[in-house]
Design a protein around this ligand. Structure first.
Ligand code: TPP
Ligand code: MG
Length: 394
């Protein structure tokens, strides 16, 4: 341990003492003469104001940085989705293509709020959330192209991929089924004594009508699991409008019935998404049990790219719910003075370059070789834990 320094050890007189005296005199002059002149006020309020505004400036710049980071992640997801749509139309993708256009702000907020060690069960419209939680875009591209180097080694064509080790649960298509899987992981954390983790399960308005959804949410509520249930109410389940889906006024009312906290938000407003989803995740992390977050938004595409969505009520498109969250975010950035037209164009160009380079790279990937692969429909530890590909072993 170091020795404590006492006043008696400070030399009296000499250069050090003169220095201290002149510093003190300078400070007195600063307080009494200079600061009042600058501020036009007495020095005390001026000093107080400086401290407060410094922390306010810090908070504002942290909020700006988070917003811009989230915007660029949702932009990357949109550019990637647009690329998949065009590849699908060119006949270069076998199987379905499902996009998240219009849902990026809500989705990205999930990925931004999660931390290492958390768990995320995304759905088909969650490209933005996946990227924000750390999934490389190569995983998505390799899945769509059926690459042997992809997360499922070419066994799945689109969205059923994941990285379980990193908390990205591979989704299965059965609506509502992934919520109990998230509960299971959260139970496992509890039993292992892992604390402070959160699980997000994503679902659509249609998925909230399944038995699996009700059972899992009830279980999470009774067990006070740190589950955040994110519901993207995009007005349709395939072609079924919400008035044929539920009879309550707003889906958030269901939270009361489960005894969980409900949050409702405008899913086209990135700022609100970051704030409300961030608060819900923080509440679950702090031990306040499951949180139920419902976003109002519109699916700005078909159910899949095979669907022209001609059944969507065109009046909806001119409402707040029908806004494009990406355009709303861009207007906000310009209005707040965080970037101009040039910045927006540069960020888009960077996203396009990243997507184009990644697609070109995957197009050179090896495809599964039916003469070498030992095809196996069952998951193995090697597959689920993402060990390096070996074509000859299942
Ligand atoms: C249990 C179950 N029933 C039906 C389906 C078929 N299905 C797949 S997506 C979908 C519509 C989902 O609508 P919603 O939950 O609102 O999500 P959105 O597609 O609007 O994002 C349906 C009915 C399914 N996958 N699982
Ligand atoms: Mg829906």
């Amino acid at each position: 341990m170091g020795r404590l320094r006492t006043h008696s050890r400070i030399p009296v007189g000499g250069a050090r003492c003169k220095n201290l005296i002149s510093k003190k005199l300078a400070l007195i002059r600063l307080r009494k003469e200079i600061l009042p002149q600058i501020a036009g006020k007495s020095y005390i309020p001026f000093m107080v104001q400086t401290v407060v505004s410094r922390s306010a400036v810090g908070e504002a710049s942290a909020a700006r940085d988070e917003y811009l980071k989230a915007y660029r992640l949702m932009l990357l997801a949109r550019v990637l989705d647009d690329k998949f749509a065009s590849l699908y139309r060119m006949g270069k993708i076998n199987g379905g293509v499902f996009l998240g256009r219009g849902q990026e702000a809500f989705s990205v907020a999930a990925g931004v709020a999660l931390k290492k060690g958390d768990v995320y069960a995304p759905l088909i419209r969650d490209a933005a959330g996946r990227i924000a939680f750390g999934e490389p875009i190569l995983d998505a591209i390799r899945s769509f192209f059926g690459s042997r180097l992809g997360p499922t080694r070419g066994r799945d064509g689109n969205v059923h991929r994941g990285r379980p080790r990193d908390g990205h649960l591979p989704m299965i298509s059965h609506l509502g089924a992934m919520i109990s899987v998230v509960n299971g992981v959260l139970f496992a954390h509890r039993m292992k004594g892992v604390t402070g983790t959160v699980g997000i399960a994503s679902i659509g308005d249609g998925g909230t009508s399944t038995g699996a959804f009700h059972e899992a949410l009830n279980q999470a509520a009774v067990e006070k699991l740190p589950l955040v249930m994110m519901i993207a109410n995009n007005e349709y389940a395939y072609s079924t409008p919400t008035d044929r889906q539920y009879a309550c006024e707003n889906l958030v009312q269901r939270a009361v019935g489960y005894g969980v906290r409900g949050h409702s938000l405008d899913g086209t407003d990135l700022e609100e998404c970051l704030k409300v989803v961030g608060a819900a995740v923080a509440a679950a992390r702090a031990g306040n049990g499951p949180q139920f977050v419902v976003a109002r938004l519109l699916r700005l595409c078909g159910h899949g790219e095979h669907d022209d969505a001609s059944y969507v009520d065109s009046n909806l498109k001119s409402t707040t719910t029908g806004r494009d969250c990406l355009k709303v975010a861009e207007a906000h950035i310009v209005e707040a003075g965080w970037g101009g037209a040039n910045d927006l164009a540069n960020w888009r160009a960077e996203a396009i370059q990243k997507v184009e380079e990644s697609v070109a790279r995957v197009q050179r990937d090896p495809t599964p070789d039916p003469y070498e692969e030992d095809w196996c429909a069952l998951s193995t530890r090697r597959l689920s834990e993402g060990e390096p590909a070996s074509p000859s072993r299942p």
